[in-house]
Design a binder for this molecule. Structure first.
Ligand code: ME8
Length: 645
């Protein structure tokens, strides 16, 4: 049977400015999904690229005294180099300036015209040049400016071709309503439904005021204008013209991953164009949130644009990837800060993962001369570790299928925590002193090495550089590229007994914040520089805003609650954060009944280290106010998933 296929795309980026950490965020998510699907045995096609046409590019090239293609060539080479450094495993890189794309766009134009969906008219509109978008009066912001970039718009009139978007409003609405997963997350889906219900205007799809674009067939004074050109890239690369077999296999795309501000173009304009051509619609549009930096939107004028290349120089690609994927709940805006990045590197990578690896390698080296001996004994502690590994692999697979990346990583780190605890519980150093305990020691060492085998496979979509290094350190000889999820799904015991470990190498040294020099090469904010290196002296328990910001507070809905047996105070709550579900144990059973809690919107401390209470792992804590006698949960009418700050 042929493998199942999976086609994922990122937006094609404008080569008008340098790529920043926000672009790297989007591409890293898509890469993690592509790598996971390959691991799960899918045939994957992962596309990214560059959106090269338009007035802005033409103007920038003129300013530099070069042709538009010379101008974009240089910038696009920079994109490709960055993706390589970040270990982005795209299967194709589409440039809209390529002939293969021109042919498809022109064919799309011809077919939509033949269908009666393209007509020539006169466009007068409010145009935002930086965003290359027309807006209606109603859509402008409160100052009468562009609702996206908030810069002034100008009234523009020109002869233009239009696409009859209005023809498709009803069909689109029906499709969105009948396919709940077509637009994710739900908040974006709801936005799109109300947008369509306001009525759709026809879409201007050509311009005459510049010529850096794809000419309109048989009317060459027009070039095809932005979205009709850009969106079509997804079918060009899937082989619409060049490779019908490939097109059959990969179209419709499984996921168009895009930033929240361009969900509209992908979930309204793009499906309407495809409907006009009688082509199947993509299965899902996923709108991710924006990265803000130290609580502020990135912008050149603020001087807070974070360059991913400099971060990779300083911390390595895997640490950046890990941070972006772990820290930010997909679909929500998320904050990037050096403090938080260093915090994660030290806590999760150097401490949790690094320690597990180093302790295991050291002990196998010291106690067993570097040989992983067969496990011949079995204790309850061994069973708990193994059981947790099974549970992990199945939670991992189902979570990743739903693109719940951050919760999956958190679950993976719970297992790493379990394995570290296993070392403390089994105390191998004591076993090593007792010749009678040789067999138990071998079992413990085997189980630790095996845990690392499982971990190396499961972290590979997130940290593709680190994963094969761990694999090699525990002495695995199978080519890591051929490893599949089934290698850790089907059995505990994939390491052949008698295997020699490889060379130990410290993968994530701790970053000493006090000693660390300022980020010399990073673009420095021109406004008030942030004093982040030295922790402020804590006078009378005062904390800095940076310290407070480390607490991730989110609105969650209680979807189920039950008493924890044999306790007076504990309730086990199931909480929904929208895209994610959590279990939290809370000591409120003397104040609330389980039934009255269901449906409440409460505040969850979402990044609290999981803790086990009466055998149940609690992933966070709900906030309550108390005057010493009374206690009430903090409630809000804000939607699930909202960030509290
Ligand atoms: O929109 N955080 O290209 P683009 C997260 N060419 N994502 C961010 C971000 C941030 N701070 N800033 C930007 C275009 N992005 C078109 C796409 S697709 C057929 C055509 C994301 O270079 C943004 O949300 O302006 C968008 O998804 C992507 O970068 C491309 O931005």
């Amino acid at each position: 049977m042929p493998n199942k296929s999976f086609y994922i795309t990122t937006p094609i980026y404008y080569p008008s400015a340098k790529l920043h950490i926000g672009h790297a965020y989007c591409t890293t998510i898509a890469d993690a999904m592509a790598r996971f699907k390959r691991l799960a045995g899918y045939d994957v096609f992962f596309l990214t690229g560059s959106d090269e046409h338009g007035q802005k590019i033409q103007q920038a090239a003129e300013k530099e005294g070069v042709t538009p293609i010379e101008y974009v060539d240089k910038i696009v080479a920079g994109f490709q180099a960055l993706w390589k450094r970040l270990h982005i495993s795209n299967d194709d890189f589409l440039r809209t300036s390529e002939p293969r794309h021109h042919r498809v766009v022109q064919e799309f134009f011809r077919r939509a015209k033949a269908k009666g969906d393209v007509y020539k008219g006169e466009y007068t509109g409010l145009y935002c040049t930086p965003c290359e978008s027309y807006w209606t009066e109603l859509q402008l912001d409160e100052n009468g400016c562009c609702p996206d970039c908030h810069r002034p718009v100008e009234k523009v009139s020109e002869e233009a071709y239009f696409f009859k978007l209005s023809n498709y409003a009803d069909r689109l609405l029906k499709h969105i309503e009948e396919n709940p997963d077509f637009i994710r997350p739900t908040s974006r889906r709801n936005e799109m439904i109300s947008f369509i219900k306001q009525g759709l205007d026809d879409l201007c799809i050509s311009r005459t005021s510049f010529d850096w674009g794809i000419p309109v067939p048989d009317d060459e004074k027009h070039v095809i204008y932005v979205w009709f050109d850009a969106l079509t890239n997804y079918v060009t690369a899937a082989g619409f013209f060049d490779d019908p077999e490939k097109f059959k296999k990969f179209w419709p795309a499984d996921v168009h991953l895009v930033g929240k501000e361009i969900v509209r173009f992908h979930s309204i304009i793009w499906p309407a164009i495809l409907m006009s051509l009688d082509l199947p619609l993509p299965k899902q549009i996923y709108g991710h949130g924006w990265l803000i930096v130290d609580g502020d939107k990135m912008s050149k004028s603020k001087g807070n644009v974070v360059d991913p290349n400099l971060l990779i120089d300083e911390f390595g690609a895997d640490a950046i990837r890990y941070f972006l994927l772990r820290e930010i709940a997909l679909g929500q805006d998320g904050n990037f800060s050096r403090d938080a990045l260093i915090g994660r590197i030290n806590a999760d990578l150097a401490n949790d993962l690094g320690n597990l690896l180093h302790r295991t390698m050291n002990m196998i080296g010291k106690f067993q001369n570097g040989v992983i001996e067969a496990a011949t004994t079995k204790s309850k502690t061994d069973d708990i570790l193994m059981g947790d590994s099974w549970e992990l692999v199945s939670a991992y697979e189902s979570g990743m299928e739903k693109m719940e990346i951050s919760p999956v990583i958190r679950r993976l780190w719970t297992f790493i925590g379990r394995a570290n605890k296993y070392i403390d519980e089994t105390a191998p150093w004591a076993l090593a002193k007792d010749p009678e305990k040789k067999a138990e020691l071998a079992t413990v060492m085997y189980n630790l090495a095996e845990s690392l085998r499982v971990i190396s496979v499961l972290i590979s979509p997130f940290m593709p550089e680190t994963a094969p290094k761990i694999w090699a350190q525990i002495g695995m000889t199978q080519d890591f590229a051929s490893v599949r999820l089934s290698d850790v799904k089907t059995r505990w015991g994939g390491i052949p007994a008698g295997q020699h470990i490889g060379e130990a190498e410290q993968l994530f040294p701790r970053i000493e914040v006090e000693k660390e020099a300022a980020p010399a090469k990073q673009e420095k904010p021109k406004t008030a520089p942030k004093q982040e290196k030295k922790a402020e002296p804590a006078a009378d328990g005062v904390i800095t805003i940076e310290e407070f910001k480390k607490t991730e507070l989110r609105v969650a809905e209680v979807t189920a609650a039950e008493r924890v047996p044999k306790t007076d105070k504990l309730l086990k709550l199931t909480l929904s954060l929208g895209e994610e579900t959590r279990e939290v144990v809370s000591g409120i059973a003397d104040v609330y009944t389980a039934e009255e809690l269901v449906g409440k919107h409460v505040i969850l401390v979402a990044n609290l280290k999981p803790a086990k209470l009466r055998g149940i792992v609690s992933h966070g804590m709900v906030l309550a106010a108390s005057d010493g006698e009374k206690l009430r949960l903090l409630e809000t009418d804000m939607p699930v998933g909202s960030v509290v700050r």
